[in-house]
Design a protein around this ligand. Structure first.
Ligand code: F6R
Length: 607
């Protein structure tokens, strides 16, 4: 959600800022802008729309500087417009600021500043920061910044230029991420480690509340109280190769195709970490065996992974397990205490709702285990224990490989916990491990049939709505399929447990309405088959996603997607892949911007 980039060094900042903004664009793409420190003033250039528009504008300018900041925006306060695009300037033009996050008390601060005569040219919360910085400036940069920070409530990562310190890039971080990279001839800063990958191999991550002042030759760090702190740069191994599109038309398609390897690497990583996990989870495992409840928490697709995990944990470990949407966890009073295991699931590890829920669970004494894809993310730093998915960088806004890898980790954890708790004998344990080992190859077999799924695009793209139904683990796939379809193709899509159909939703079924029925879970196949008949007898069309063993049973149906036979507990994973592909091809048929869908952004760092 909003991307920040900054450069200070001995070279022209502009190419660094532009390349960084392009890499950060998945965090928000309503508008973009840069500010350059020139000898006597700031040069600010902004454009609405994509970074490419900003690039065009910049190509008409000869602006150069060795110090600059840049921003790509996901609108929170105020419409998409040039005046709301960052960087924002203070009243007398002493400070210019880019911001990621939300200032929760901005309205009160804005009123106060207005009363004091500060004029506002934007609707953003960020402009408040620019004016406050100027108002609090007392000649000493650090103490002035400390004064301003004290007044700000909410989350913020800020990159700031100040005319009184014309060689200094100023950074402040609270909750929203900000990472500094050491380049050949200068320093770079970005909201995301991957934006630094082309330039620097050594990085430092600011702690919450910290300030950094960076000149071409020196960095100084300060605590929120203004006392000097110290950090050393550490080598970071990027996966920049997989952050390029290569021969694929879209990142989403590339990431779908990367799943077999990502799943294999993730499972291998789980095996490598097995002893460590057994140690860390020893309190739900024997001999302590004291977990009374497991919460699995995430947002969007990560919540769907949580739900799939809930079915598997509950079935295999018999410990009451609950999947909760992170924002709901924050507002409701779930009974959480030190005998609870809370599993947080997040690709980015920076999702604001997930982080708030994590902090709440931690305060209540629960043991926090996080399933994350990005190392050293905020969630990683707050957790008691972390297990990483090995999906590699995921750039398309709609998650695919990170999601299926989350499922893999949760399945492994549940199988391991059950075995250690002596709820599975050696033979059963080996059966489940074999099933998990077979998933990458099954994924590969499904992906190879992409042509077959692309044929559904014509029918689907003509729909005004698509319904997804399924029971139990099939229902998880229905939820994920509907989310993928609506977010990238903009076709209203909803998911229902099949059994709920007759309790209201069936009124939506009419001649030629389209339902995608998930029915690979053997134990509930017959029941979902009944729901399919109820839809067909009302003239509705149905596409089924079923396993090989039910091909015959569904022979009356025209449109079928067959996935390999898989244990009922794990079908949410095999079913997810054709649903990703049909959503992709439907969106393509409709000419949608698949990697950067309307109004969305990856890494949702505001609540
Ligand atoms: C859907 C999607 C989102 C994310 C959600 C959580 O395709 O990508 O629903 O799953 O925003 O993001 P993370 O996993 O980064 O916490």
């Amino acid at each position: 959600m909003c991307g920040i980039i900054g450069y200070v060094g001995k070279e022209n900042a502009v190419p660094y800022l532009l390349t960084g903004l392009q890499k950060l664009e998945y965090r928000g793409y309503d508008s973009a802008g840069i500010a350059l420190q020139t000898s006597e003033d700031f040069k600010i250039i902004k454009a609405t729309g994509r970074v490419s528009r900003l690039k065009e504008k910049l190509s008409e300018s000869t602006a150069k500087s060795m110090l600059g900041i840049g921003h790509t925006r996901w609108a929170t306060h105020g419409e998409v417009s040039l005046s709301n695009a960052h960087p924002h300037l203070s009243y007398k033009g002493i400070f210019t600021v880019v911001h990621n996050g939300i200032i929760e008390n901005y309205s009160a601060l804005r009123d106060k500043l207005k009363d004091e005569g500060y004029p506002f040219v934007s609707d953003t919360d960020t402009e408040v920061i620019a004016h406050l910085l100027e108002r609090d400036y007392n000649g000493d940069l650090v103490s002035s910044l400390v004064n301003t920070i004290k007044k700000l409530e909410g989350s913020f990562a800020l990159a700031i230029l100040c005319k009184k310190a014309p060689d200094t890039l100023i950074l402040i971080k609270k909750e929203s991420p900000l990472i500094i990279g050491k380049g050949k001839d200068g320093f770079l800063v970005a909201s995301d480690i991957n934006a630094l990958s082309p330039f620097s191999e050594e990085t430092v991550k600011l702690n919450d509340g910290e300030i950094a002042l960076i000149t071409p030759n020196r960095i100084s760090f300060y605590s929120p109280e203004g006392n000097e702190t110290f950090h050393s740069f550490r080598k970071f191994s990027y996966l920049s190769k997989s952050a390029e599109k290569g021969l694929f038309s879209h990142f989403m398609l590339k990431e779908i195709f990367e799943q077999p390897k990502a799943l294999k690497d993730t499972l291998q990583h789980c095996f490598n970490e097995k002893e460590k996990l057994k140690n860390e989870l020893s309190f739900i495992l024997r001999p302590h065996n004291k977990a009374v409840r497991i919460y699995l928490i995430g947002c969007g697709s990560a919540y769907h992974a949580a739900l799939s995990g809930k079915y598997v944990f509950e079935k295999l470990t018999a410990i009451p397990s609950e999947a909760v949407i992170a924002s709901e966890f924050c507002t409701a009073d779930f009974p959480v205490n030190e005998n609870c295991l809370c599993i947080f699931i997040s690709q980015s590890g920076e999702t604001a709702d997930t982080l708030s829920a994590l902090k709440k669970a931690k305060e209540k004494g629960a043991y926090i285990l996080s399933v994350l894809n990005v190392s050293e993310s905020s969630a990683a730093l707050l957790s008691n224990s972390v297990i990483y998915t090995k999906a590699g960088p995921e750039i398309a806004v709609a998650t695919t490989k990170a999601y299926t890898c989350q499922l893999m980790v949760l399945y492994f954890l549940a199988v391991l916990s059950a075995y250690e708790n002596k709820l599975l004998n050696d033979g059963d344990y080996q059966y489940y491990i074999n099933e998990l080992n077979s998933l990458p190859e099954k994924a590969s077999g499904i992906i190879e049939r992409q042509e077959e799924f692309s044929k559904f695009a014509k029918v689907l793209s003509a729909q005004t709505a698509v319904h997804f139904i399924g029971r139990n683990t099939d229902y998880v796939a229905a939820l994920e399929g509907a989310l993928k379809m609506k977010e990238i193709s903009y076709i209203p899509s909803d998911a229902y447990p099949s059994g709920e159909l007759k309790h209201g939703t069936i009124s939506l079924i009419e001649k030629n309405s389209l339902t995608i029925a998930l029915c690979s879970n053997d134990s509930v196949f017959k029941k979902t088959a009944n729901s399919i008949e109820e839809i067909r007898s009302r003239g509705g069309d149905v596409i089924t996603v079923s396993s090989e063993k039910h091909t015959e049973d569904l022979s009356a149906l025209q449109r079928k997607i067959i996935v390999p036979d898989t244990d009922d507990l794990f079908v949410s994973l095999t079913e997810a892949i054709p649903l990703q592909l049909i959503a992709f091809y439907t969106a393509k048929e409709k000419g949608c911007d698949i990697d950067k869908p309307r109004n969305l952004a990856k890494s949702v760092t505001v609540e």
